[in-house]
Design a protein around this ligand. Structure first.
Ligand code: GSH
Length: 234
């Protein structure tokens, strides 16, 4: 049996973490049975979620989860894609994960209003006496991480310029296709869906939402895939 360790449903998203949404969608695309555990963060081998336990074998990181599924179950996440399209699929998902991800983190953790209505809830379980200190410390660490990546060194305006280009690139790649690389679903769809859904989450106040909504094809793709994979969400 496979157990997927993730954070949980928050902010109207299937998971607060786009990587956890991606991992779950990968398991669903592959048609594997799995159960979910929302209490495994303190045992996460890389200090991050998602990770899975597959009959006791621990695999951490959404991309290594994909590689594990490919290897152990012989599942092809790039069905029928030629080498160039498969390469584009990989580059597209990594743009989401290594670039757009940091826009999401910035919008949720840097902006006070969004932080207070969002990530602050992660600290509700901390003892009241130390909660403010822990919250402040972790927030500071996360903001340091955005700076270390590089995105956090830009002004808000500059970050939005970059976000807009990346979102336009996704919409351009999608065009009038059903899925990101064609008429068949592929591994990159798990990532593109997860990041587009997360970055346009209406729980938060950010101009990035309008950037997604302007691209009717991308917004429709997000809504359709959300309905397919997470029909129980609002
Ligand atoms: N490369 C990892 C990234 C996972 C990741 O960044 N997870 C974040 C949530 S979005 C996390 O667990 N953060 C907790 C922490 O850093 O303390 C993957 O693809 O799974």
């Amino acid at each position: 049996m496979i157990t997927l360790y993730r954070f949980g449903t928050h902010f109207g998203l299937h998971d607060a973490s786009p990587f956890c949404i991606k991992a779950e969608v990968l398991l669903k695309i592959a048609g594997l049975d799995f159960e979910t555990d929302l209490g495994g963060f303190n045992k996460a081998p890389k200090g991050k979620q998602p990770y899975i336990s597959d009959d006791g074998e621990i695999v951490a990181d959404s991309t290594f989860i994909r590689l594990h599924i490919e290897k152990k179950y012989g599942f092809d996440f790039d069905p029928g894609l030629d080498a160039r399209t498969a390469a584009q699929a990989w580059a597209t998902e990594k743009m989401c994960e290594d670039h757009l991800y940091w826009v999401i983190v910035h919008e949720r953790w840097h902006n006070d209003k969004n932080f207070n209505s969002g990530p602050r809830i992660f600290f509700d379980a901390a003892p009241a006496l130390i909660r403010p200190l822990v919250t402040k410390m972790v927030r500071k660490q996360v903001l340091k991480g955005i700076k270390a990546h590089g995105l956090g060194r830009h002004s808000d305006g500059e970050i939005y310029v970059l976000a807009e280009r990346a979102i336009a690139a996704l919409a351009g790649i999608l065009g009038d296709r059903k899925y990101i690389m064609g008429d068949k679903i592929c591994g990159a769809d798990a990532s593109v869906f997860a990041f587009v859904d997360s970055i346009s989450c209406k729980h938060f106040e950010t101009p990035v939402i309008a950037m997604v909504e302007r691209h009717k094809n991308l917004a429709a793709y997000r809504d359709r895939l959300r309905g397919e994979w997470f029909p129980d969400l609002d």
